[in-house]
Design a protein around this ligand. Structure first.
Ligand code: ADP
Ligand code: MG
Length: 599
């Protein structure tokens, strides 16, 4: 057995550093969180080479005094707590006093900083935890950290870094989340010499979303608030038209921190039920305020996980508020005649408004001088050179056109391509997809009869015999009653076989062994998302869609009127059960602009 040795301080720091700093993103996170804690109103983040060779974070916060600078880099050095009791009243992001010690143990670090009280600042350098130097220097108030050559002295760790592009991607994502959670701070993000993101820092979340995701998203989001005892919050959710292929655009923050939490995610998704296609996820930026006593936060700084003590309550409160917000919004997609980009499935950082600026500013920031001032505000009418941008569109967010009382004065103009019906209504033109509209009507009708227990069940003879997997069998047994209410009589036949001896009369002739097993399979795959009997019934009801009239099949004008009429009696006429729109609209104003009648 080799002799036991006590490790020297430097080695201990390098090992400990691995826990705090496992990739460049973690360095940026620690430095920016320090800047936020310092009370800064402007923060610039610059990275090169995925942050591996160069990271700069500059803020205009309180700075570090000459006397404190050495201590700031000591392990367990913090100005944020003095004892264990302070932990429970903490409102800063960091507190463990480990970040600077860890970063400087595994990189070459330079810190230029000045407090408002002192007339000169200090430049402190430290490489791999050694060779410190402290010099007096003239500089503005605030702090700049430059971190070079991460892991230059820990090759074993460096080996595990991904490519510069991947590491940069993590950082971009992080900066986005930090900027969204702090609309009161102006963030500037420079990637390989180019500005990628600039937020105004005027405290308006909508302006922040505009700067990050661009104009297309801002014109299709709905303001959202929730104010209950258990959960409070505000933010924006995307109308169904801006749904995404992954959860990457569901940004949830709890008490200022970005979190990945399934209760919140599912509540939002379930709130969108009926407005969202399968495998599409809502866009959301929601800042929640939840009493810390309601949750169990894993205090490790790199963890984004929390657990709620009353998860059920939070789930149903949030889900219902989202439902209401969408129901009350105008969710009919607008026909967009500009041929500019269709919304892509990746963040538009940064699409609109900001010219690419290659000049790198001095590493000192003040709020007034940031490039963020060049960004047009989403809430100001500054888009004269962009005629299709209408800031007043936002007033539509809280106003629902085509609400029940309005649904009478319309005129069916005619049909094009044997599928789309043109409907004139006041100053708007709607284009209705006959198939999607019919699907919606059948679905709602069937869903209502399931809810009212009034489905008429029709025997099939001989019964269908279906073969189910253990998982599917489980679903059939658990939800036997829901199936029964929906008109399906399913009995165990022997082994893994089941008989279906009756089906809902609406679907008689449309049901087959295959369509029934397909539905059960779909229910099995989505069981995680089906939180209640009613959402289960929703899925079964979507079977009714199969009976809908197809596009391309001619229907009479009378039938079209019937379709529009019935559609307008529904709560949410604008989306088919798969979340596709049943109608899109174009305003008279838009047409007039296109023909140059108005500018
Ligand atoms: P922690 O943030 O957990 O306190 P750190 O190692 O991240 O520990 O930072 C140590 C201390 O250095 C902080 O408590 C703070 O006093 C000071 N500090 C770090 N960064 C800044 C900054 N950007 N502006 C002002 N003070 C800072
Ligand atoms: Mg810190």
């Amino acid at each position: 057995m080799p002799q036991i040795k006590i490790l020297d301080e430097n080695t201990i720091n390098k090992i400990a550093a691995g826990e705090v700093v496992e990739k460049p993103m973690a360095v940026v996170k620690e430095l920016v969180e320090n800047s936020i804690d310092s009370g800064a109103s402007a923060i610039t983040i610059e990275i090169r080479d995925g942050g591996i060779s160069f990271i700069r974070v500059t803020d205009n916060g309180c700075g570090i005094s000459f006397e404190d600078i050495h201590n700031a880099f000591e392990r367990h050095a913090t100005s944020k707590i003095t004892g264990i009791n302070d932990l429970f009243e903490l409102d800063t992001l960091g507190f463990r006093g480990e970040a600077l010690a860890s970063i400087s143990a595994v990189a070459q670090v330079e810190c230029v900083t000045k407090t408002a009280k002192q007339t000169t600042g200090v430049c402190y350098t430290i490489n791999g935890g050694l060779n410190e130097s402290v010099k007096e220097i003239g500089c503005p108030n605030g702090t700049t950290f430059i971190v070079r050559n991460l892991f230059y002295n820990v090759p074993a760790r460096k080996k595990f870094l991904k490519t510069a592009t991947t590491e940069a991607g993590y950082i971009t994502d992080l900066v986005t989340k930090l900027a969204l959670s702090h609309p009161e701070i102006s963030f500037n993000y420079i990637l390989n010499g180019k500005y990628r993101l600039c937020t105004k820092g005027n405290g308006k979340l909508i302006d922040c979303i505009y700067s990050i995701y661009g104009r297309d998203i801002v014109s299709d989001i709905i303001e959202f608030t929730i104010d209950t005892d258990v959960i409070k919050g505000y933010g924006y959710i995307g109308k169904p038209v801006v749904s995404r292929g992954s959860r990457a655009f569901m940004n949830c923050f709890v008490n200022g921190r970005y979190v990945k939490n399934n209760v919140l995610f599912r509540a939002i998704e379930e709130g969108f039920a009926g407005y969202r296609m399968t495998q599409r996820f809502p866009f959301a930026v929601l800042l929640f305020d939840i009493n810390p006593s309601q949750m169990d936060v894993n205090v490790h700084p790199s963890k984004m996980e929390i657990r709620f003590t009353e998860a059920d309550k939070i789930y149903s409160l949030l889900c219902n508020s989202i439902k209401n917000a969408i129901r009350n919004a105008d969710t009919i997609p607008q026909v967009k005649l500009d041929d500019k980009k269709i919304i892509e499935d990746k963040p538009l950082i940064h699409g609109s408004g900001v010219k690419t600026i290659t000049k790198i500013p001095e590493p000192f920031e003040s709020k007034r001088s940031t490039y963020a001032d060049m960004i047009p505000s989403a809430t100001q009418n500054v888009f004269r050179e962009k005629p299709l941008y209408e800031p007043k569109q936002q007033s539509l967010f809280d106003q629902t056109t085509m609400q029940n009382e309005n649904k009478k004065n319309y005129r069916v103009v005619g049909c094009v391509f044997a599928t789309y019906w043109i409907v004139e209504y006041n100053d708007e033109m709607y284009i209705m997809d006959q198939h999607a509209a019919h699907e919606k009507i059948l679905y709602e009708k069937f869903k209502k009869s399931i809810e009212n227990h009034s489905v008429i069940s029709q025997p099939v003879s001989p019964p269908f015999v279906i073969t189910l997997t253990a998982d599917e069998e489980n679903i059939v047994n658990t939800y036997k009653e829901v199936f029964y209410n929906a008109g399906f009589e399913i009995e165990h036949f022997g082994g893994s076989e089941f008989t279906v001896s009756s089906v809902p009369s609406e679907l008689f002739g449309l049901c087959s062994e295959k369509s029934i097993t397909d539905t059960i399979l779909m229910l099995t795959e989505e069981k995680e998302l089906l939180s209640s009997d009613s959402s289960f019934a929703d899925k079964i009801a979507s079977l009714a869609c199969k009976a809908a009239v197809k596009g391309g099949r001619r229907i009479s004008e009378y039938e079209a009127y019937e379709l529009v009429n019935t559609l307008f009696t529904l709560d949410n006429p604008f989306n088919c059960p798969h979340g596709r729109p049943t109608m899109i609209k174009m305003t008279k104003n838009q047409l007039e602009k296109q023909f140059g009648r108005i500018v």
